[in-house]
Design a protein around this ligand. Structure first.
Ligand code: PLP
Length: 600
């Protein structure tokens, strides 16, 4: 059997990565443009891990894919309307992405902003005239800035989210490049049983929608409404969930035409197109099913009411950006949990062999191969010893001796599956006895969604993936926070509390990659424990194993990061002045302040 297929099913990378015959992970733009990830970490960068790599070409590839797929299905179903992609900048606002997307703009892509600052980011980083959709809560300044964007030459659509926005909008409405959209609050009448999915946050209820349309009609500006918008949520795994809400949405589109005689030009169905963070089949559709369901639904519903179909906009963020960024870091320490050598208590002067629990545990361990036993009893005994230790009745040698036996028993159970009908216990043993691997990264800086919403990201060594011997590990970061560890991992086709990784020589451990971190992680990342940005490079692959590399940002140094907690320059200078005469302190601290926040 092909070992790399057996253990490393990387289907979830959606054809953006592959493992070559030598077991190296490669990134793939197309047949000619591919690169071994290890090649990116050349000698120059070797000591600078962790490093983040960004591949705008992957963004391009995915934008192209979604546009081509819509084109194919529009033709297939004879859909009367066009498709436009709008990039929701909130998913990853970095200027290089905005610049990259809008540079050639072959697909007439628009950009979406959710705040004044996001709109400003768009204005600064786009050279060409584009469509801008202004979402989010709006005050008078946001709308004013949107109006200024029309003066620069962009076409702006103010998507009304809240009723009171209308009063700010009227001031600028006469401008021909200043258009309107309306965001709809779906499932308003639904009381959701699922605690995690509360009612939709944004948009107008049907009552507010009717009221706004009447106001606009009265002022004879109702034709300014060009977009009807909804956003169901992010990472929606089930196509029937998407269709259920779209039905409600399309009905509103139809009624706006039938009852108010307003033909809305664009139906903007927002984001939500899910990606495969794993290959566990919880996502029940692919891009083809997504598009064909949307088109068929609109065609079907519009046909029944004899109304023409609108142009379609989608705002898929995660689907476009998730794959294009990954982080590579190094293992800095491995705590191995192997069988421990247990000394006979009768030969150990620190262990009192007359104590009842000591004798009992020793007997269990000695007879483990012969008898079956209850782990409950062992656990009880261990707790008793903990208590007795606290009360001063057992010494630290005795405690250590018992702990070693306990680990040995667990390893033995794991190997021999001694405990029947207790899968849960076996599952938990896994992470208890796994190797604890410390990686040079901060979970809060690099994969904050793992902490915040328990998102499981693909984690993989980038080399030697054809190795046959595996070990269970648990990953810990270098923050001093007990939450800075990863509890759930994606293995071959299941989620587990340990990661199966090739067995490695601890003096020469493999580099580890965190993949699909290009959506939301960059901007949600925080400086918890004062770990800063990691060094980031933009890569442009020219041909096989040939690439251009550009430094986006350097590792954040200590000086920079302490400034972020508002230690101002003056205070830093006062500190230095105090030690000016002590050359040793002065010189060395100055040097250390320029050190990166990660381990060297
Ligand atoms: N559009 C709007 C209005 C959003 O609020 C979001 C995300 O929050 C998106 C698009 C992007 O969603 P996704 O990344 O799931 O495609």
């Amino acid at each position: 059997m092909n070992i790399k297929k057996k253990y490393y099913n990387i289907e979830w990378f959606d054809k953006n990565f592959y493992i070559d015959n030598l077991g190296n992970l490669n990134i793939l733009i197309n047949k000619k443009k591919k690169i071994k990830i290890n090649n990116l970490i050349n000698n120059k960068n070797k000591n600078k891990l962790p490093i983040k790599f960004c591949f705008p070409q992957i963004i391009n590839k995915r934008i192209k894919l979604i546009n081509i797929k819509f084109k194919i299905y529009i033709k297939k179903y004879k859909y009367n309307g066009k498709y436009f992609f709008v990039y929701p900048t909130k998913v990853n606002q970095q200027p290089y992405i905005i610049k990259y997307i809008t540079k050639y703009n072959k697909y007439n892509i628009g950009l979406e902003s959710g705040s004044k600052a996001e709109l400003m980011n768009i204005l600064i980083n786009t050279k060409n005239k584009i469509k801008i959709l202004c979402n989010g809560y709006k005050d008078i300044t946001y709308i004013h800035l949107a109006y200024i964007a029309t003066k620069i030459g962009h076409k702006v659509f103010i998507i009304i989210e809240k009723f009171k926005e209308i009063k700010y909008i009227l001031k600028y409405i006469k401008n021909k490049n200043f258009e309107l959209g309306i965001r709809i609050k779906l499932n308003y009448l639904e009381i959701n049983q699922n605690k995690n999915k509360s009612q939709f946050k944004f948009g107008l209820t049907s009552t507010q929608l009717i009221k706004i349309i009447k106001i606009l009609k009265k002022k004879k500006i109702e034709k300014k409404i060009k977009i009807l918008h909804c956003h169901i949520g992010s990472q929606i795994n089930k196509i029937n969930y998407i269709c259920k809400y779209l039905k409600e949405f399309i009905r509103i589109y139809i009624d706006i035409f039938k009852l108010f005689n307003i033909k809305i030009k664009f139906l903007d169905i927002g984001g939500g197109l899910a990606v495969n963070y794993n290959n566990i089949k919880n996502k029940n559709y692919n891009i083809d099913i997504y598009i064909s369901n949307i088109l068929k639904l609109i065609i079907d519903m519009c046909k029944k009411k004899n109304i023409s179909t609108p142009n379609i906009i989608t705002e898929s963020g995660r689907y476009i950006t998730a794959h294009h960024e990954f982080l590579i870091t190094n293992i800095i320490n491995t705590e191995i949990n192997n069988f421990k050598k247990i000394k006979n208590p009768y030969n150990n002067k620190y262990i009192n062999k007359n104590k009842k629990t000591i004798i009992e545990i020793w007997n269990i361990w000695n007879n483990i191969k012969k008898k079956s036993f209850s782990i409950k009893i062992i656990k009880k005994k261990l707790n008793k010893i903990k208590q007795k230790f606290q009360n001063g009745k057992y010494n630290i040698y005795e405690k250590s001796w018992i702990e070693k036996i306990y680990i040995n028993i667990l390893i033995y159970i794991k190997k021999n599956k001694k405990i029947k009908n207790n899968n849960n216990f076996l599952y938990n043993i896994n992470s208890y006895i796994s190797n604890k691997v410390h990686l040079n990264f901060s979970l809060f800086q690099s994969i904050p969604d793992n902490w915040g919403i328990k998102q499981i990201f693909p984690i993989l060594p980038i080399e030697k993936l054809n190795n046959k011997i595996f070990k269970n590990i648990n990953i810990l970061d270098i923050t001093c926070d007990s939450d800075g560890k990863i509890d759930k991992y994606i293995n071959k086709n299941y989620i587990s509390n340990t990661l199966k990784i090739l067995k490695y020589n601890i003096n020469n451990p493999p580099k580890i990659g965190f993949f699909m971190i290009g959506a939301y992680q960059n901007i949600l990342s925080n400086i918890h424990n004062l770990f800063g940005n990691v060094e980031t490079y933009i890569i442009n692959i020219i041909k096989k194993n040939k690439f251009k590399i550009k430094l986006l940002n350097k590792h954040e140094n200590i000086l920079n990061i302490i400034k972020k907690i508002k230690i101002n320059k003056k205070e830093i200078n006062i500190f230095f002045n105090k030690y000016k005469k002590n050359i040793y302190i002065y010189k060395n601290i100055k040097k250390i302040l320029n050190n990166k926040t990660y381990l060297n």
